[in-house]
Design a protein around this ligand. Structure first.
Ligand SMILES: [Zn+2]
Length: 299
């Protein structure tokens, strides 16, 4: 799975110029699963109603990795992390999901703070995450650090993952340290980057995934040909009867400025729970299981 996340444009773009997320390539198996869920949803109104009544408390860990103890080099102050958690909870409120922050770790490590994710070598990332990652496959780990490569964030999609495998350890979201609320990344300083990346962790695709005829396999997300830059009113890149609605520039899974992102659709909430039940929410993947009798050594 890890190798699938490295297919990114070679063009280097300053982080502040436009949103750039590293989770652009969705694994084929996950796309197939999304199509299967979509087909199942079309046959029954049950999934939508099901999601509407659900709640989920996600065990969450924040990890701050700085090259030193300056905010510029990754050391996100506590008040901004608190605000980031508040913003994530506000953004996911319509889905019934809440993030329960269990612990925040802080590490000064130049190599971990500054490594590039654009490449096949995951050795530094694996080393960092093996030392910092906490909880089971149902626990969200967010690594705030100076990402480089013009990236605002990169996250790993859910999958059938064996515990203690490299894929298990590599799970989680990396978020640009300066994209937190009050951070220094212009137009991406309200905390929506973490919300967007965690959307991938739940299994959501970009709204513009594979263009007009691709999409995120969620029925109530309007089709969109390309990523949105800024907050363009009336943007409509997929037109005609086949593609109702304007581009979903307010959707957290687009590339718009933080200021105009404010929505997950009901269909996306349903999809989150469908993926959750299949991958992360299974009893065998829970922290409780991993910490069960005879497995204490795993943590
Ligand atoms: Zn993304």
């Amino acid at each position: 799975m890890r190798a699938s996340l490295i297919l990114m444009p070679l063009l280097a773009v300053a982080a502040a110029a436009q949103r750039k997320c590293g989770s652009t390539h969705v694994p084929g198996a996950l796309k197939e699963q999304a199509r299967a869920f979509r087909a199942a949803n079309a046959r029954s109104s049950f999934p939508a109603a099901h999601a509407a009544n659900r709640t989920l408390l996600v065990e969450t860990y924040f990890h701050v990795i700085g090259a030193d103890e300056t905010e510029e080099n990754g050391w996100v102050p506590e008040d901004k992390l608190t605000k980031q958690l508040e913003v994530m909870n506000e953004h996911y409120a319509s889905t019934g999901i809440k993030f329960d922050l269990k612990e925040t770790t802080r590490t000064v490590n130049k190599e971990w703070a500054g490594f590039s994710v654009e490449g096949n070598d995951t050795s530094i990332e694996l080393d960092m995450k093996k030392k910092l990652r906490k909880g089971g496959y149902d626990a969200l780990n967010v690594y705030f650090r100076p990402l480089g490569d013009g990236l605002l964030g990169i996250c790993v999609f859910p999958d059938d993952v064996e515990k203690d495998s490299d894929d298990f350890w590599l799970d989680g979201c990396q978020v640009l340290h300066s994209s937190v609320p009050g951070g220094s990344t212009k137009n991406y300083d309200l905390g929506a980057t973490a919300t967007h990346e965690v959307g991938h962790w739940f299994g959501l695709f970009h709204t513009f995934q594979d263009g007009c005829d691709g999409g995120d396999q969620v029925d109530d997300t309007p089709a969109e040909a390309d990523p949105t830059q800024g907050c363009p009113k009336g943007k409509d890149t997929c037109t005609g009867a086949k593609y109702p609605g304007l581009d979903p520039i307010q959707n957290f899974m687009d590339y718009s400025y933080d200021a105009c992102m404010n929505q997950f659709t009901p269909g996306q909430a349903t999809r989150i729970y469908q993926f959750w039940d299949k991958y992360r929410g299974k009893a065998s993947n829970s922290t409780a299981h991993f910490r069960g009798v005879g497995e204490a050594a795993f943590f």
